[in-house]
Design a protein around this ligand. Structure first.
Ligand code: ADP
Length: 307
């Protein structure tokens, strides 16, 4: 095999109470990439469609993660990368993670899978780091593994796959404003009150239990963010109106996707997820801010080969 076309899914990270450690993978929403083996050694980004992103290997997250892989694998060939970007960079649903993970996933397939998914996540983190100015894997690991993923530790890298309840759907609104991950990190407090930390880790623990026990009520009771949302929601116009409308329409919970500006809501069943979409749409269409919305299932497969 000399060429592979892959689907690189979008992801929701943080998931309310799981800042920097929890994420899940989106179904059908994502980029495509073509990776091609070349006789000339090195990594070359030869085509980018959809959004204006750097062609220089060292400036594109897909290039940097691929360089980390070939530095270790030392293959007797090089690779060309084509990126068909559908997830807008800076939207908060893992645009950079889709590319950083996609290049290493594709190259690994062409090399006959010498690396497991955890090591691919490790290489992808090198790419993701140039977009967010720090190493984190809460978008990358769900993109590579699929489903809900808990990143227990970065050094050493420890990734735990969590179960995904069957009837869980996500509604996402993406207001067309840009928030850079690096900026959204800069506004966060360096220290947090102990009482808030206690509430947060109780919620994260109970969310993990709820996923294991298929308990939608407990998912709902756990989807609260005491620590990050109060700061970052200030960067997202009409966040509290959106959240109120989503919960009133039956959502289990609603919070910021990644560092925003996208906002996700989780619902039991497609009907409620669509009701939530209508309710949020009614709020946002009066604001004058352009936005996209979609409803989808959780993708339990992660990255996949198209051809
Ligand atoms: P997101 O959460 O949508 O990934 P980030 O702010 O983390 O948003 O990353 C977007 C930044 O990464 C932008 O500055 C973009 O130029 C940069 N970038 C570099 N390569 C890529 C790529 N292949 N795909 C997406 N963003 C990239």
């Amino acid at each position: 095999m000399n060429e592979i076309k892959i689907f690189c899914p979008g992801t929701v990270s943080n998931v309310a109470c799981g800042f920097d450690v929890l994420g899940f993978c989106l179904d059908k929403v994502g980029d495509e990439m073509i990776i091609r083996r070349t006789s000339k050694k090195g990594i070359y980004i030869t085509k980018i469609e959809g959004y204006d992103l750097p062609y220089e290997t060292e400036k594109n997250v897909a290039g940097v993660s691929a360089l980390a892989l070939i530095e270790d694998a030392k293959p007797d060939c090089g690779f060309e990368i084509e990126i068909y970007k559908k997830i807008k960079p800076g939207s908060g649903i893992g645009s950079s993670a889709a590319s950083a993970a996609g290049s290493v996933f594709g190259i690994n397939e062409l090399l006959g899978r010498p690396y497991n998914k955890k090591i691919l996540t490790y290489f992808a983190m090198k790419g993701e780091a140039i977009a967010s100015k720090c190493e984190h894997a809460d978008n990358l690991a769900p993109a590579i593994f699929g489903g809900f993923v808990l990143v227990k530790s970065i050094t050493p890298l420890e990734i735990l796959q969590l179960p995904t309840p069957d009837d869980l759907y996500v509604t996402v609104i993406h207001p067309q404003i840009e928030i850079k991950t690096a900026e959204a990190r800069a506004i966060l407090p360096k220290e947090i009150p102990l009482q808030k930390a206690i509430t947060q880790w109780a919620n994260l623990g109970s969310l993990v239990h709820a996923l294991h026990s298929n308990d939608y009520d407990l998912i709902s009771k756990s989807l609260h963010d005491e620590i990050i949302e109060p700061y970052r929601s200030q960067l997202i116009p009409h966040f509290s109106d959106v959240k109120k409308a989503a919960l009133k329409a039956g959502a289990l919970g609603c919070s910021i996707s990644g560092s925003g500006p996208s906002i996700f809501s989780l619902s039991k069943g497609i009907k409620t997820a669509k009701d939530v979409e209508v309710a949020i749409n009614n709020i946002y269409k009066t604001t004058g801010i352009e936005f996209d919305m979609f409803v989808c299932k959780i993708n339990t497969e992660g990255m996949k080969i198209i051809s």
